[in-house]
Ligand binder design. Structure first.
Ligand code: FAD
Length: 381
């Protein structure tokens, strides 16, 4: 049987996981194009958290799936995974009720290692945290972080081993759709395709325009810092001091080695500056640095001794309704979207990829309850 050709634009986690999903059988010839290198986009600039501490069955299901996928990468393909634990802080009895519900939901997906902690228990385990304003926490023991760049490089290797091709330094520059076939042009060659996957991260808006299959994207500027902070920083879990739906971003931090912490600001909403994806990414701005430091002072006992080590900017590829856009584009045949994962793309990528690949394979669904919420069909609403 003649293989179907798939060109994936973008070798971040979303594009690379999608390629691997397609290569689990021999029906597809897969070329992944990247203007830079696998992992050079947001994926390599992330802090790589993979965790399941969410509040609805839909949100937990996709992360439980990711947990299995990342376990496989860790156990069978040498990807480093630091199981530092994930601590979501709660400031009210309402938060604690949501945490309890989350624990039940997670247990329904076989995740039984989460704990509900009181403020005293948190202070006891991690005495360097300031907990006066904390009622308690939801703690995921298995949770932890990967290096997004290493994940992408590993996925690219696995794709090549399975007969796919990953082309670094190969930006997609133009596209034609003639007699039902796509032709994607790069400076070196033209690639014919039955399907084109838009997995271009923060550039997905530009690639969508190039394909005449527009997608709304509001790329948000974010960043992270590493700080040196002597004292009891080693063993600090990933602490998330952001309340989803609060309308303001919050600080997160975790230990990095014995005397360092990585910290940044997180939001599941649009609170950051919307930026041009071609902007020059540099160190974080003084404004962001001051905000992170100010929030750390309120959460860490010895924060006045912190010294900035380094910092970097990165972009959340966010959509206006904050949900990924996945599946067949409603306007243009053969265009598949795998984009818009915002600040959670590392942990959502396995599910996004499975859904995108299922649409190419002609399967009715990939088995996730969230598929309709994420569907590219909503671009017509
Ligand atoms: C500071 C920071 C911290 C984060 N922390 C976390 C976290 O802890 N956990 C989590 O789950 N997520 C986190 N994220 C979010 C996560 O990094 C992103 O959601 C995810 O990496 C998006 O993956 P992607 O494949 O869509 O995009 P990308 O990784 O950006 O990949 C897109 C690729 O497309 C390529 N490209 C663009 N245009 C073209 C073109 N025309 N032709 C060819 N190639 C093209 C780019 O070179 C790029 O490599 C964080 C992000 C940032 C910035």
């Amino acid at each position: 049987m003649k293989k179907q050709k798939v060109v994936i634009i973008g070798a971040g986690v979303l594009g690379l996981f999608t390629a691997l999903e397609l290569l689990d059988n021999d029906r597809y010839e897969v070329d992944v194009l990247d203007g830079a290198n696998p992992g050079d986009g947001s994926s390599g600039r992330s802090v790589g958290m993979v965790e399941t501490q969410y509040f609805t069955g839909k949100d937990v299901q996709v992360r439980a799936f990711a947990r299995d996928v990342f376990s496989d990468l860790e156990e069978n393909h040498g990807v480093g995974f630091t199981h530092c634990g994930y601590l979501r802080l709660g400031k009210s009895e309402d938060d604690m009720a949501r945490f309890q519900e989350s624990q039940k939901i997670q247990a329904g997906f076989g995740i039984t290692d989460t704990e509900l902690l009181t403020s005293a228990e948190i202070a006891n385990r991690w005495p360097h945290l300031i907990t006066e304003d904390v009622v308690g926490g939801l703690y995921g023991k298995w949770d932890g972080y990967v290096d997004g760049y290493e994940v992408c490089q590993t996925l690219a290797r696995l794709i090549r081993q399975k007969g796919g091709r990953v082309h670094a330094g190969t930006p997609a520059l133009a596209a034609d759709f003639i007699e039902g076939m796509w032709q994607i042009k790069t400076s070196e060659a033209a690639f014919d395709a039955d399907y084109v996957v838009n997995a271009a991260g923060a550039h997905a808006g530009q690639v969508g325009d190039m394909l005449n299959a527009p997608v709304p994207l509001q790329p948000q500027l974010q960043g992270a810092i590493t700080i040196k902070l002597d004292g009891a920083t080693s063993g600090t879990p990933f602490v998330m001091d952001y309340v989803p739906g609060s309308g303001v971003d919050g600080v997160y931090f975790r230990s990095e080695g014995k005397a360092h912490l990585i910290a940044g600001l997180h939001t599941d909403e649009i609170t950051g500056d919307i930026v041009d994806p071609d902007m020059q990414l540099q160190s974080v701005t003084d404004e962001m640095l001051e905000r992170i430091a100010g929030l750390l002072f309120g959460r860490l006992q010895n924060a006045e001794d912190l010294q900035l080590d380094r910092s970097w900017q990165g972009i959340y590829p966010t959509t206006p309704d904050l949900k990924p856009i996945v599946g067949k584009h409603p306007d243009k045949p053969g265009v598949i979207c795998a984009l818009g994962a915002g600040g959670s793309g590392i942990q959502l990528a396995p599910a996004i990829a499975r859904i995108a690949a299922a649409e190419i394979k002609g399967e009715n669904n990939a088995g996730f309850e969230i598929e309709e919420d994420w569907s590219a069909k909503r671009l017509h609403n």
